[in-house]
Ligand binder design. Structure first.
Ligand code: DOR
Ligand code: ZN
Length: 465
């Protein structure tokens, strides 16, 4: 048979163009794109009449807890949720119980995840300061997507998990690194040429301000925010930019949550520095005023901030300052998320709801489909060195597609999510526009909301130079 799979009658969307054509797939690759019908039989056909066909959308920031606290999530369920949400490639964060701090652990993780992956996946490496400075080059050569550093966080010295609620003097923790130690990481990652991604929160500021607000006796969301204000992010973003300017590191700011951070990033970009940044649906679609309605599911780090921050973040997306949207999928069980704001864990699930929420923003005229493709497919693929294999419609590249129906209306319900944890901040939200098929290297993984394939996902390696 000439073709393995043909996707017919859809409207293809790239950041640059929008056109009607059929896609012909052979051996997992795009073999032809044509408006005319090409000769030859197809083993499988997908009819995309009335739908849009996007290059596979990616989620470059998820935490699947595997290995680790797999009662919250594992890679089988997180990638099922990804496929259900129209995602064809995920990048798994390295704060797993066997953390990704060496090439050996990288290879063990590829082995662990491969049999469970419903979609393709890349792996982030973790930076732990002098504990693994000498291993960054081997991680680069192994093919990590980039290097992550949790700035301002303490890490458990036995399991290397993050200490979410660090207090000075806690046993078995590596306290947050000093700026000098962080500078040495920048310098070392710069030599790899790969992205250095920071979770930017200033621990000193947070400790002092949280202490002050706790002494006041207030327990509301705004009190929580006063303990972790926009400044706690922006001050670290500024330091990071200074270190990047000095070392040449390709700095990427993860989950931007503060308006002032967008200003600072924009200035650095105007200076010509290679700084990139991402934000997440929770910062685009929620602000502090939503806490009353949404409750503790809204607790994430860095926290969801004020309306002015939300507006500045939207402008940052429109102006191309924020180049990537991803979910920061962070599962915790509903029981774990019950309790007072200060002691419950931070994070919300998002890999399944990101694309629907962005499509709804398209329906509301806040974004275009072409922007969604740029933000969730082409830009991340380029940034992380896997373009055009991922993120393009070029002939010969991976046949990954997200097919969307812009007329489909769905009410997001926590009990319908495929994750083990249902800690979403978007329960009950109605969206117009929904992914109706997820295709990974030619395999249909999700069709009309159902997972229709066993795990066929493969690791995606970012080449070292
Ligand atoms: O809220 C968060 N939760 N922020 C992070 O950066 C980590 C994440 C998690 O792993 O739970
Ligand atoms: Zn994260």
């Amino acid at each position: 048979m000439k073709w393995d799979h043909v996707i017919r009658n859809g409207v293809l969307v790239t950041p640059q163009s929008l056109f009607e054509a059929d896609i012909y797939i052979k051996d997992g690759k795009i073999a032809a794109i044509s408006k005319e019908r090409l000769e030859g039989e197809a083993k499988e056909e997908t009819d995309a009449t009335g739908k849009y066909v996007l290059p596979g959308l990616m989620d470059t920031h998820i935490h699947s807890r595997d290995p680790g606290p797999t009662h919250k999530e594992d890679f089988f369920t997180s990638t099922m949720a990804a496929a259900a949400g129209g995602i064809t490639t995920v990048f798994e964060m390295p704060n797993t119980k066997r953390t990704i701090n060496s090439a050996a652990n990288f290879h063990a993780q590829v082995e662990n995840l491969s049999s469970k992956a419903h979609v393709d996946f890349g792996l982030w490496a973790i930076c732990l300061g002098k504990l693994n400075l000498h291993r960054l080059q081997e991680l680069n050569e192994a093919g990590v997507i980039g290097f992550k550093f949790f700035w301002g966080y303490a890490i458990n010295s036995e399991t290397f998990e993050l200490e979410y609620n660090y207090k000075p003097g806690m046993p078995n923790v590596i306290p947050p690194l000093h700026d000098g130690e962080v500078y040495l990481i920048f310098d070392e990652v710069a030599k790899t040429g790969k992205i250095f991604a920071i979770h930017a929160e200033n621990n000193d500021l947070i400790q002092s301000l949280t202490q002050r607000v706790l002494e006041s006796g207030r327990t509301d969301y705004n009190a929580f925010l006063e303990g972790r204000p926009p400044l706690a992010e922006t001050v670290t973003v500024k330091t990071g930019i200074s270190f990047a300017r000095d070392t040449g590191a390709r700095l990427h700011i993860l989950h931007v949550s503060a308006g002032d951070s967008v200003d600072v990033i924009e200035q650095a970009q105007q200076e010509g520095l290679p700084i990139t940044a991402e934000t997440c649906p929770q910062y685009l679609f929620l602000n502090n005023e939503d806490y009353e309605r949404v409750g503790p599911m809204m607790k994430i780090y860095p926290p969801i901030k004020y309306r002015a921050d939300q507006e500045r973040i939207w402008k940052g997306v429109q102006d191309g300052v924020l180049t990537v949207i991803c979910s920061d999928h962070a599962p915790h069980t509903l029981e774990e998320k019950t309790g007072d704001l200060w002691s419950i864990p931070a994070g919300m699930v998002g890999v399944e709801t990101m694309v629907p929420l962005l499509l709804n923003a398209v329906s509301e005229g806040k974004l275009t489909l072409q922007q969604v493709v740029a933000l969730c497919s082409e830009n991340p693929a380029r940034q992380y060195g896997i373009y055009p294999q991922k993120g393009s419609l070029e002939i010969g590249t991976d046949a990954d597609f997200t097919i969307v129906d812009m007329n489909k209306k769905v009410v997001i319900k926590r009990e319908n999510l495929h994750s083990k944890s249902q800690n979403t901040g978007f329960d009950g939200v109605e969206v117009t526009g929904y992914p109706v098929a997820t295709i990974v290297r030619g395999h249909v993984v999700m069709k009309d909301g159902e997972i229709v394939s066993s795990p066929i996902g493969q690791v995606v390696l970012s080449p070292s130079h």
